[in-house]
Design a protein around this ligand. Structure first.
Ligand SMILES: *Cc1c(COP(=O)(O)O)cnc(C)c1O
Length: 418
């Protein structure tokens, strides 16, 4: 996948005796593909000659003189003052994420929820209206349904696959449309090109939570979205170590995000940024492998007599299968299924597995299993849960990279206990 050209190196940092792509400063490789950008972009080398990206474990930065201090505080050019404002390791991660999403700029945050909150606080004001998919990560529903409303931001939830609901929800003061696709946990596929047209007509921003696909499988900005948000905690880390988030989009919007982050403080730590940078280097490989295992598991589960229904867009029977093919390059690593039974059946199934980690996290090389109705979506009202289509017999699997036969064997232990 060809995604663009790396930004030119900072001429002040370049050593003229070295060819451009070996110079100090940012690596320049014309016409790089996604795989190459994920490994090479956003690496500002210091003068120490290190090969791997350094971790700048420092809260503040020293100035060369009183005049230099005054100039840096005055801005506007990005120079380091304090790590709540900027940090070189965090910037490396932001630059690499921007390259991978095809964004002008990216801004890292302390968590995925901080990415979503910062987007709202930076780009909305009291009196604005947001249209939200009702199939969102549970905490995002609480954020929009409870917290944002306390700040006089009106929110309407819509069935995300029904385009007419989005269209009919548009008001004079609609400033943002927010969604995830594929959705969590039911893998609904939402038409990003159609939503981009609706948001453009409404003169509102289309914000897409791209956690489930990552830019390795879906690039919403190319399909017309204005802003992409991520929980880097998931596939970007890939091994379940750190909590973090990122927002990517146009410079005019990211400028507002930077101002909010500096002032309100949900910035990313340099250590976490470094872990995420290293995670990006294997992102494409891992995503392809997650997709392969999830596809095999979904097809196998679909054959099991105790299964009522499997939710995975890689299945031809899934209503979003064709749409997913038109906007994603893979179907992702998360699937859900309903057992023929109730909550007890689902709990018995989960408790009988031994390989799967019983945790709400996803996007890890380790397969995880969870009961959405009583965990990730447990804080929703019964009405909100019903609206999101989360039944008591539903189990979500974030398929990891263990041997697929071992994963299936673990599922068999679950079926035996139902
Ligand atoms: C986990 C998750 C979030 C929130 O991210 P945190 O890093 O946990 O704050 C948001 N959206 C989706 C789809 C997620 O899976």
């Amino acid at each position: 996948m060809l995604v663009g050209i790396l930004i030119m190196p900072d001429s002040k940092k370049s050593d003229p005796s070295l060819p451009a792509n070996r110079a100090q400063g940012r690596t320049v490789i014309p016409d790089s593909t996604f795989e190459t950008l994920a490994i090479r972009d956003g690496h500002n080398r210091t003068h120490e000659g290190e090969h791997a990206e350094p971790i700048f474990a420092t809260s503040s930065f020293i100035f060369e003189s009183a005049a230099d201090a005054a100039a840096r505080f005055k801005g506007p050019e990005p120079s380091n003052v304090y790590s709540r404002y900027t940090n070189p390791t965090v910037r490396n991660f932001e630059e690499r994420m921007a390259a991978l999403e095809g964004a002008e700029q990216a801004v890292a945050t302390a968590s995925g929820m901080a990415a979503i909150l910062s987007t709202c606080m930076s780009l909305l004001k009291a009196g604005d209206h947001v249209i939200c998919s009702s199939s969102l990560f549970g905490t995002s529903i609480s954020l929009f349904g409870n917290i944002m409303q306390r700040f006089a931001v009106e929110v309407t939830f819509v069935t995300p696959t029904d385009l007419s609901e989005w269209e009919n929800a548009v008001r004079e003061n609609t400033e943002m449309l927010f969604l995830e696709t594929p959705s969590n946990p039911l893998s609904e596929i939402i038409d990003l090109r159609a939503l981009a047209a609706i948001s453009k007509k409404a003169e509102a921003l289309l914000v897409v939570d791209n956690v489930f696909c990552t830019p390795a499988l879906q690039r919403p900005l190319e399909l017309g979205a204005d802003i992409v948000v991520h929980s880097a905690t998931k596939y970007i880390d890939g091994q379940g170590r750190c909590v973090g988030g990122v927002v990517a989009g146009r410079a005019e919007h990211m400028k507002e995000l930077v101002t909010f982050l500096r002032t309100a403080g949900p910035s990313m730590s340099p250590f976490n940024a470094w872990v995420f940078l290293k995670g990006l280097e294997t992102l494409k490989l891992r995503m392809d492998a997650h997709c392969g295992n999830a596809q095999q598991l979904a097809e196998w589960l679909d054959q099991q007599p105790q299964v009522e229904r499997v939710y995975y867009a890689g299945l031809k029977s899934h209503p979003g299968h064709e749409l997913a093919k038109s906007q994603q390059t893979g179907f992702g690593g998360v699937l859900s299924f309903e057992l023929k039974g109730d909550q007890t059946a689902a709990w018995n199934f989960i408790d009988a597995t031994i390989l799967c980690s019983l945790t709400a996290n996803l996007g890890d090389v380790k397969t995880t299993i969870v009961h959405p109705a009583t965990t990730t979506h447990g804080r929703l009202t019964d009405e909100q849960r019903a609206e999101a289509g989360i039944r008591d017999s539903l189990i979500r699997i974030a398929v990891g990279l263990e041997d697929i036969e071992d994963i299936k064997n673990d599922m068999s232990r679950g079926f035996a206990a139902v």
